[in-house]
Design a binder for this molecule. Structure first.
Ligand code: ZN
Ligand code: ZN
Length: 225
């Protein structure tokens, strides 16, 4: 795991590497519905975390359960140490509600193990978990931010929501989910994602990744480092 850090050539929203810009190209174009985005680690293509995030959803794979348990441990440990950092960013006392970004596929969402991770495996999220979101019937192009992509199952009345997703690639799913929550009446929405995807071959990513020599530090997060 490689912990994202704020810096001069790092996107302020999603921690993507940029070339001296404060935001990456995608985040400039996409409306920032989530108040804060906190990626636990970079997820580098074909790396260990990337493989785990890709494989834990394959329900027929024998090791999927073990991978889900491992990802749950990562989320648990991160929130135990840094949920206070997320709370401080939006000036609330606590997140009353925790929910996961649904699968983009309505049928697959029933089996989506992220709901199991957030709703059952992870101690700090279990008592506050509600399945607030579902994929709507609206056709949405892949990797496109669209507030109609998801719909909520009930109205909200200003509650702060901690929104969990496994992977951030363009951020379209997370921002679409945050949009649906906000339009349903949610208060601040803070997104925590386990892996912020990076393609080694893109632009300067290889050089930038090689430049990160610090080991992963559980006592520091992207917001408090
Ligand atoms: Zn960005
Ligand atoms: Zn922190």
């Amino acid at each position: 795991m490689v912990g994202p850090r704020q810096g001069p050539s790092v996107c302020q929203t999603c921690f993507n590497f940029t070339d001296h810009y404060t935001q990456c190209y995608t985040c400039v174009r996409n409306e920032p519905w989530a108040d804060v985005v906190a990626p636990i680690s970079y997820s580098v293509a074909r790396g260990h975390l990337h493989r785990a995030l890709a494989s834990y959803k394959r329900v027929n794979g024998g090791s999927a359960g073990a991978l889900a348990t491992g990802l749950a441990a990562v989320l648990w440990r991160f929130l135990a140490a840094h949920e206070r950092c997320l709370v401080a960013q939006v000036g609330v006392e606590r997140f009353q509600l925790v929910t996961a970004v649904p699968s983009s596929d309505r049928l697959r969402d029933r089996q989506h193990p992220l709901h199991w991770i957030v709703g059952e495996l992870v101690g700090p999220t279990r008592p506050r978990h509600q399945r607030l979101l579902e994929r709507s019937a609206v056709e949405v192009a892949p990797r496109t931010l669209d507030p109609r992509k998801f719909q909520t199952r009930r109205e909200l009345s200003g509650e702060p929501v901690l929104l969990v997703d496994d992977t951030w690639t363009t951020g379209a799913s997370v921002q679409s989910a945050a949009a649906a929550l906000k339009m349903a009446g949610a208060g601040p929405v803070v997104a925590v994602v386990i892996g912020r995807y990076l393609n080694r071959g893109w632009q300067e990513n290889e050089r930038r990744l090689r430049g990160i020599t610090r080991p992963f530090d559980w006592s520091r997060c992207p917001l408090c480092a």
